[in-house]
Design a binder for this molecule. Structure first.
Ligand SMILES: NC(=O)C1=CN([C@@H]2O[C@H](COP(=O)(O)OP(=O)(O)OC[C@H]3O[C@@H](n4cnc5c(N)ncnc54)[C@H](OP(=O)(O)O)[C@@H]3O)[C@@H](O)[C@H]2O)C=CC1
Ligand SMILES: Nc1nc(O)c(N)c(N[C@@H]2O[C@H](COP(=O)(O)O)[C@@H](O)[C@H]2O)n1
Length: 260
């Protein structure tokens, strides 16, 4: 149960601002995509598959909750939804209206996320402490009962086709969210989601990255951010416009992907 109340100091906002979505974006453009996650010094998101690991300290955690208020939507893969049972809302004490909460989006092509009314994200939506989730699935990935539960809390299923690899194209995901009025998406993870976005061949999907680096090594065997190199790839995937900010004992790295 998440009953905490967080605060983020206004003085910490200006360094993040250049990497955040515009407050009045053009409705015709692709939604702004911010890739944001917490990592260990050895690029792990979690100690082992199937495990939730806390990496962010209290200051960077508050920053994440501020970022959540600055995006229309927050997206995770269904394994993260299954393992973490996340809240996916913002617990900043300054929030006064549901409009300030991001829309949780779960990528779940096969309907593996077995949510019930006790799932955190559903419960919080029922209590108006977060928005009802949108579950992006393939036809057949939905059930009537789950559809009704989503509707009761203001969520819904969105349907997309997958490719032969069983995956949605990221461009299609962003298009369907754009059609629903979403102008900015904060992608939190997990590993597969992040790595697949980073191997997008033209690097046109990710607008900015905001990464919390915790002063810890998790060791081998975790879920790691390390995108597969494309066949014949010799260039590095680099960031530009980089800035670093300390948040307690963590360091927050902001940047934009350098396009070759
Ligand atoms: N430190 C941090 O900041 C964060 C840590 N985490 C951690 O990450 C771990 C989970 O990561 P991981 O195991 O890699 O799983 P993910 O959360 O990335 O989910 C992967 C699943 O999501 C679905 N999916 C992902 N991309 C697509 C796509 N393009 N099209 C269709 N479906 C897609 C697939 O479901 P299917 O297989 O059913 O097709 C896939 O197996 C957890 O332990 C969690 O705690 C998560 C977020 C942030
Ligand atoms: N920023 C950040 N730091 C960590 O240490 C984390 N483990 C995560 N995980 C992500 O946050 C979600 C949990 O959110 P709630 O607190 O339940 O709202 C989790 O599902 C990951 O996406 N993030």
């Amino acid at each position: 149960m998440s009953r905490e109340t967080l605060s983020f100091p206004p003085t910490s906002i200006p360094p993040l601002e250049p990497y955040l979505p515009l407050t009045s974006p053009s409705p015709s453009s692709k939604p702004h995509l911010t890739l944001t996650y917490a990592t260990s010094l050895d690029a792990s998101l979690t100690l082992a598959p199937g495990v939730r690991t806390t990496l962010s300290g209290p200051y960077s955690k508050s920053m994440t909750h501020y970022l959540r208020t600055r995006h229309n939507a927050i997206l995770v893969g269904c394994t993260t939804a299954l393992i973490d049972n996340p809240a996916l809302n913002s617990r900043l004490g300054s929030i006064t209206s549901l409009d300030q909460q991001p829309r949780p989006i779960i990528l779940d092509p096969k309907g593996r996320w077995d949510f019930t009314e006790d799932s955190q994200v559903i419960r919080l939506a029922a209590e108006f402490k977060g928005k009802g989730p949108w579950v992006v699935t393939k036809r057949g990935g939905e059930t009537k009962e789950r559809g009704e539960l989503l509707e009761r809390v203001g969520g819904k299923f969105l349907f997309l086709e997958t490719g032969e690899d069983g995956r949605f194209k990221w461009g299609d995901v962003l298009s369907v969210l754009g059609e629903q009025g979403v102008r900015s998406v904060m992608v939190e993870g997990g590993g597969e989601v992040i790595n697949s976005l980073l191997i997008d061949p033209e690097n046109r999907l990710v607008d900015s990255v905001i990464i919390t680096i915790a002063p810890t090594w998790l060791g081998k065997g975790g879920v790691v951010v390390s995108p597969s190199r494309q066949q014949g790839q010799t260039s590095q995937l680099k960031l530009r416009d980089v800035s670093w900010q300390p948040h307690g004992e963590d360091v927050v790295l902001c940047g934009r992907i350098l396009r070759s």
